[in-house]
Design a binder for this molecule. Sequence first.
Ligand SMILES: *[C@@H]1O[C@H](CO)[C@@H](O)[C@H](O)[C@H]1NC(C)=O
Ligand SMILES: *[C@@H]1O[C@H](CO)[C@@H](O)[C@H](O)[C@H]1NC(C)=O
Length: 152
Amino acid sequence: MYALTTLTTLATLITATLAGPVVERLPNHPGLGRIVKRGEGVHLVNCVNYSAVVYCANDSDCNHFPGSGNQCIPDGGGITHWEGGDKRCTFPGTGTEFKWNIRSDAQSQANYVNVGTGNNGFHGFTIFKDDKHVMYKDGNGNACSSIYYALP
Ligand SMILES: *[C@@H]1O[C@H](CO)[C@@H](O)[C@H](O)[C@H]1NC(C)=O
Ligand SMILES: *[C@@H]1O[C@H](CO)[C@@H](O)[C@H](O)[C@H]1NC(C)=O
């Protein structure tokens, strides 16, 4: 009986572990889990009165404004509803379109948890809930906070 209970507990533990969220720890995101090597990244940010999709060639070095060519304003301005369904934004400089799909309950998930997918026409991205740290201040002094980040 004891052995059976132990086995059942073990099986439950394993199942919970396998079904658990994908967690990554980032150099500038003091979170849980394993440290991953960073390359390019895309941040979905809110800057007080508008939202922006921001491309960082080196996501380990992305706590500054990456330049207007690397910024795309979705929905023509205002604060975007990032979650729920297929959404997209086209970077004006390059014409690159970034598409994303974030689960509608993403904000109720823990930070750094996988909450969606993205694609820039070259390859796919995995999207994680971010901790809303301020990445930079824009030209008006508005703080821009990272709501989600996408990694290849
Ligand atoms: C946001 O507010 C600033 C003033 O802080 C204003 O100059 C700017 O036009 C506003 N932007 C949008 C997109 O509403
Ligand atoms: C990316 O930025 C990090 C942190 O500043 C730096 O250590 C690393 O060398 C950079 N990688 C590249 C490829 O420039």
